[in-house]
Write a protein that binds this ligand. Structure first.
Ligand code: GDG
Length: 520
């Protein structure tokens, strides 16, 4: 294996251990609460162990917030989604977590099947998700979805208020599109609290957002926060423009990037999320990984073979079928890639209770079958579709072993996979990140090979260029990419500083991203 490359200096360099301090300094004397749909620990029936098990759902945010919560000892309010969750709570549906060394309180909130169908699979994932990913034709709106969404948001707010009780001064951090209304339900009863929200998916432009019959309520809910964060300045602009246009009494201050409504000011900022860079890098560098990485290369790209990798949930926003079309075009135009380049697509099914996702699953399977049937020869298969969820270590091995990582999102708030690949590219000169220009990460990262997922022919040309790129150019691109990679701790640190300014009565400073935007 070639020499290990050093990672470019991170832009800000907040260490995980600094966050506790940053939070306490930014929001002094306040209790800290996180509110999200997903919980950080889930209890389930473990058949093999014949007993109740506990697991931490996969996901970067949970992994990053959990240690912070342990350090500050706050409260995390979330839906108790595990089939054995009810058996493990004490008074007030609370329990101390992590189970092995309790450091903070998890407050579980219960949703019945109808709630889940209407609030989660219904309004959140069949209406807001497609709308925010610019696919209004895929939305499915039902009045009952909305009424349950309102009801569940109110119940989240009630749980938050119960946790706070008569206590003064708390800082409450809401996560994502499942909880757009909860902030207003909290603020209307406790205007003394400070509230922040992070929206993890794109925020669409006005022409699309006004499709939502309840657009004013959604905006009003979010504007009850002191600060709302999006991945990109573009999404923040869309949000402010929607507020200006759809709310009669909202006043947008474009210079300071805030919205005033009913005497309350909400700052709107761009904070591009990231990953725990060190954790992925260490997993890739683990000496025990060497033999596994060698085996992966031996299996998928023996001798002078080339290995491409993709990691996505099976979701129409990720451009998976379009990716297979581009790969098909690649093998068609470039015969030298036949028998030589193998693409491994790790694709975990998600939201399969929704028809659109079920169909997509089938469509993807068919597309992979057909490309393999068309080009496969002599034991070589162009595309391997792995549908099992892999451990994070195993993912890191794929990322390190790959010559190319191909992210083809049609729309994506950020895309963490692109950043995970970079963190694991520890060999010199490194591989190439082929990245859709419509993933938020493309806005922030410098050095990726950008492609248009709607143009499979051009994407195929791009892929070929990436696969045949001279070592010097790969090295140069990887240096720039590593130099532009920040960590999830930078992300949190910047949010807490901005939020702290507002909670202290000052305007939020513009974020780094607010200043460097390329798409405005
Ligand atoms: C939303 C926004 C935004 C996937 N397969 C496996 C696995 N994964 C992990 C990846 C990555 C995560 O799932 C996917 O993150 P993305 O960012 O790509 O996409 P979404 O799930 O759509 O996330 C997105 C994000 O929120 C954060 O704000 O970036 O734009 O859509 O971490 O590694 N992890 C493991 N095994 C798998 O098989 N362990």
């Amino acid at each position: 294996m070639s020499a290990v490359s050093t990672l470019g200096e991170p832009y800000r360099g907040v260490a995980p251990g600094d966050l506790d301090d940053i939070l306490r300094r930014s929001l002094p004397d306040r209790r800290f609460l996180v509110v999200s749909n997903r919980e950080p620990y889930e209890h389930y029936w473990d058949e093999a162990a014949d007993g109740i098990g506990v697991r931490r759902p996969a996901g970067g945010l949970v992994a990053a917030l959990d240690p912070l919560m342990q350090a500050v000892g706050g409260v995390w309010v979330a839906w108790g989604s595990g089939d054995r969750d009810r058996e493990e709570v004490g008074e007030g549906d609370r329990l101390r977590v992590p189970p092995e060394e309790p450091g903070y309180t998890l407050r579980r909130l219960w949703l019945n099947q109808q709630d889940v169908n209407q609030y989660y699979f219904g309004y959140a994932n069949q209406f807001l998700w497609p709308l925010c990913h610019l696919r209004p034709a895929l939305t499915r709106m039902r009045l009952r979805y909305w009424t349950t969404y309102v009801d569940v948001n109110r119940r989240f707010a009630d749980a938050v208020l119960e946790e706070i009780g008569d206590g003064q001064g708390a800082a409450i951090w809401f996560q994502d599109y499942h909880l757009a209304l909860a902030p207003e339900f909290v603020r209307s009863r406790r205007p003394d609290l400070t509230l922040a929200h992070f929206w993890h998916i794109p925020f669409p432009p006005l022409e699309i957002f006004r499709v939502a019959s309840n657009a004013p309520q959604l905006l009003g809910g979010l504007l009850a926060n002191d600060i709302v964060g999006f991945h990109l300045p573009l999404f923040a602009d869309n949000f402010m423009r929607c507020s200006e246009s759809l709310l009669d009494d909202a006043h947008v201050d474009w210079e300071h990037r805030s919205v005033e409504i009913g005497g309350h000011t909400c700052y709107v900022r761009a904070f591009p999320i990231s990953i725990d860079v060190e954790q992925f890098r260490n997993a890739a560098l683990d000496p025990a990984a060497d033999s596994r990485i060698a085996r992966l290369r031996q299996r998928y790209a023996p001798q002078d073979g080339l290995l491409g990798v993709g990691v996505d949930r099976i979701d129409y926003s990720k451009g998976l079928v379009e990716k297979i079309a581009a790969l098909d075009m690649l093998f068609d135009r470039f015969p030298d890639m036949r028998g030589r380049f193998t693409f491994v697509q790790i694709a975990v099914p998600s939201r399969t209770a929704i028809d659109t996702y079920d169909w997509l699953n089938e469509k993807l399977e068919r597309a992979v079958w057909s490309i393999n049937d068309k080009w496969g020869e002599g034991g070589w298969q162009p595309v391997h579709l792995l549908k099992d969820s892999l451990s994070q270590d195993r993912l890191a091995h794929f990322y390190r072993a790959a010559d190319v990582c191909y992210v083809n999102s049609l729309q994506d708030g950020m895309n963490l996979v692109a950043k995970e690949f970079l963190a694991c590219q520890v060999d010199d000169p490194g591989g190439v990140l082929v990245l859709s220009k419509f993933a938020g990460a493309a806005e922030e990262l410098d050095g990726a090979y950008e492609v248009n997922p709607y143009d499979p022919e051009a994407a195929a040309l791009g892929l070929h260029e990436a696969l045949t790129m001279p070592a010097d150019e790969r090295r140069d691109r990887m240096r720039r990419l590593h130099g532009s990679l920040r960590s999830i701790y930078d992300w949190m640190g910047e949010i807490f500083e901005g939020w702290g300014a507002v909670a202290g009565g000052a305007p939020a400073p513009l974020s780094d991203a607010d200043r460097w935007s390329r798409t405005r």
